[in-house]
Design a protein around this ligand. Structure first.
Ligand SMILES: [Zn+2]
Length: 138
């Protein structure tokens, strides 16, 4: 059977005590590579779009398979996004992208960081709560 992009919502295993929605991408290596390139195009477009407002400097954008985080921003001003963000709803994806863009300016979660996020995502608190509902699986 051909493997397809798969998002699994619902309780995964009993060992996860809390029943939260989970996200998984059932792809082999080559298919993942193709998807990753597709996601990178979206990430680049969205970063350019939101950064038209912020105008921060950045270097490289990468798509990664990370188990514990949605994205990160390095001290070298590179943005990394978990491929799983592209399986989320677009507004959650946008929130994560804006979050990482704002780390280009504020490498912390201070009040001034959240003020920056709020400029583009006024209901970011709601988005953060929504994201907490998700687990990563494989
Ligand atoms: Zn952060």
């Amino acid at each position: 059977m051909k493997k397809i992009l798969k998002i699994f919502f619902g309780p995964y295993k009993k060992k996860y005590k809390k029943k939260r929605p989970t996200i998984s991408l059932g792809l082999d290596k080559k298919e993942y590579q193709n998807k990753k390139n597709e996601f990178l195009v979206i990430a680049n477009k969205k970063t350019v779009f939101f950064n038209e407002f912020y105008k921060f400097e950045y270097n490289k954008i990468s798509i990664r398979n990370q188990k514990t985080r949605w994205g990160s921003c390095s001290s070298r001003k590179s943005l990394n996004f978990n491929y799983r963000i592209f399986l989320l709803s677009e507004d959650l994806m946008d929130y994560i992208i804006v979050h990482e863009i704002c780390h280009l300016q504020e490498m912390n979660h201070s009040k001034s960081f959240w003020d920056l996020v709020e400029k583009k995502i006024p209901d970011y608190k709601k988005k953060r709560l929504e994201l907490k509902k998700y687990y990563f699986i494989n």
